[in-house]
Design a protein around this ligand. Sequence first.
Ligand code: G3H
Ligand code: 13P
Ligand code: ZN
Length: 300
Amino acid sequence: MFKQAVSLLRQAKKGRYALPSFNTSNLEVSKAIFQAAEKTKSPLMIQVTESTIRYAGLENVFGIVQEFERNAKVPVCVHLDHGKHLSLIKNCIDIGFKSVMVDASKYSLKKNIAITKKVVLMAKSKGCSVEAELGALKRLGSSDSHLTDPQEAKFFVEKTNCDSLAVAIGTSHGAHKFKGKSKLDFSRLKEINELVSVPLVLHGASSVPKELVQKCNRFGAKISKAKGVSETDLKKAIKFGVAKINIDTDLRLAFTAGMREFYAKNPKDFDPRNALLLAQDLTQKVCVHKLVLFGAKGKA
Ligand code: G3H
Ligand code: 13P
Ligand code: ZN
């Protein structure tokens, strides 16, 4: 059943757990996510990116997740992840997204505020909540990141009236987050949390489990030097105020491992549904693990 993002986020913040926000790009990943949430009685956010919308088509992908949302026995909100184009954000709001992220984090503070304000104005009149981002996550292949400044975060939230804020504290998207150990800036997070009243969001939070990478590689992949955020650090981040955690990479790894395993073991099978079922099953297991880890289990 649909639930407003703001109330899901506030409930998570108050209950000191994190609302899981899983990325989907197709029917099977969506199914896995919803099954995991229902199995564990967890509230849920499910999100799609601009590139998924380009890949699948807005009506198609929204149709899939909205149908699952309608029939779900747990509270759910469908969310646009990393909206960078105002026209696309508007299309998402018009079609019925009740939560969108505006990502203007690559711009100056002034421009980020101006763009975010525009989206807040556009979204709130349609009952849609807005996540914004301040600071920039590390980019793949580059070592520079611009971590969120706590005072700027306070100013940004007051100026924009956004409902939640994605912060940069040392994570990055993808499967190669750290050269050595997982390392997040918790004192920065703590300070932001003391100054900012809205729920905080952690992007780039996949743990990139060794077993999943090994499974992909055992069945033909060549993924090396992969490293994610440790589970201990994720728990600590929740303690220090993170109320929504985004996961994409770990689901991609699980799905890929399942597809690879199926075809390696069943070379004569050419009904894609059989491979997709195994991929879905592995993805579901990863989602269940996250829901327990984030403390969301039983909070529906
Ligand atoms: O930021 C979220 C994703 O992990 C990147 O997703 O490849 O669908 O743009 P994408
Ligand atoms: P990961 O790449 O760590 O899964 O992060 C996903 C994300 O932040 C989506 O917005
Ligand atoms: Zn992200």
